[in-house]
Design a protein around this ligand. Sequence first.
Ligand code: 9YT
Length: 132
Amino acid sequence: MIVRSTAEITGTDRDVEGQGWRSKRIVLGGDGVGFSFHETTIEAGTVHEFHYRHHVEAVWLIEGEGTLTDLDSGITYALAPGSMYLLDGHERHRLEVRTEMRMMCVFNPPVTGQEVHDSNGVYPLVVAQIGA
Ligand code: 9YT
């Protein structure tokens, strides 16, 4: 059994920051359980495009509101606490974050923590600040 707290992860190499987002990788590939588990927070007023070419991801939104656009289909969804989206088709997607979002994310196969975001199929792009 593995027991961890976010306090143990904060400020370590499992606590990763990008432009407008921060992610605490709670479970990683090295834990050997077939998925990774992350707490991601994304700043209010930012817009992000993500594409996980080789991973399936489920995201459960705990706090914050905004919109999600499936860039493959063009469909836009409102997101609020309790929303879940599952990228079961490696969809390119855009997140527009109206109020700071806190979300729990599961990846299969697991993120190892060594990914460079422009390789390995993980492509987060900060597109803009809303209103900038
Ligand atoms: C919102 C989202 O897709 N989060 C993914 C995890 C995060 N980008 C990370 O841990 O690198």
